[in-house]
Ligand binder design. Structure first.
Ligand code: 5GP
Length: 204
């Protein structure tokens, strides 16, 4: 029988480098599928519809809410973001690991709905890096930079509800840390009960 995959939830303050770390992780770990969220925020330069996000109008987003198409959804920094239900469970059932990159409020909803999900918090080692990275990427308005920098401390306070913390100073190293976490989770006894039963009760 195909073993079920893991649901991995990644959060962290804006400017933590979550997207870059996860891009490296997915490139290095073929069993991991990135769940593309839906958002009402405008695309940044270089972002591709269906790859980074599914970009929708507020009306379209509300229709998806009404049809109960989201696993969770939240308003973050003034825009709506949601995790589409479609694919997440089916990929897990097929044995793929699925990663959601979502904010700390949505992450708690997912943890309640899927208590076995693996919660990873990504942060830089210093708070000052957050503003430097937001300014450095030149994609956000001044208003957004202020909103996101001010929210960072509140978001970091939520790290205590997560299972793991990854300090992102180097995206490649951050990705290696995430792969190590996934491998360790797969070795957990609670995730191998059927295998153990089979060793005991199956044939020689
Ligand atoms: P950004 O606009 O920088 O791409 O994302 C802003 C915030 O929204 C980040 O904290 C990101 O993790 C979060 N986010 C992205 N997709 C989702 C989602 O589907 N649900 C929730 N709750 N947050 C999301």
């Amino acid at each position: 029988m195909q073993k079920k995959g893991l649901l991995i939830v990644v959060s962290g303050p804006s400017g933590a480098g979550k997207g870059t770390v996860l891009a490296h992780t997915v490139a290095n770990y073929s069993n991991l599928k990135y769940s593309v969220s839906v958002t009402t925020r405008a695309p940044r330069e270089g972002e591709i519809d269906g790859v980074n996000y599914f970009f929708k109008s507020v009306d379209e987003f509300n229709q998806m809410v009404e049809k109960e198409e989201f696993l969770e959804y939240k308003c973050v920094y003034g825009n709506y973001y949601g995790t589409p239900k479609a694919n997440v469970q089916s990929q897990i059932d097929k044995g793929f690991d699925v990663v959601l990159e979502i904010d700390t409020q949505g992450a708690l909803d997912v943890k309640n709905a899927y208590p076995d999900s693996v919660m990873i918090f990504i942060t830089p080692s210093k708070r000052s890096t957050i503003e430097q990275r937001l300014r450095g990427r030149c994609t956000d308005s001044e208003e957004q930079i202020i909103k996101r920098t001010q929210s960072a401390v509140d978001e970091i306070k939520q790290a205590v509800f997560y299972d793991y913390i990854v300090v992102n100073e180097d995206a490649q190293q951050g990705a290696m840390d995430i792969v190590a976490i996934i491998e360790a989770e797969k070795c957990k006894v609670k995730n191998n009960k059927k295998f153990i039963d089979n060793l005991i009760y199956g044939g020689k």
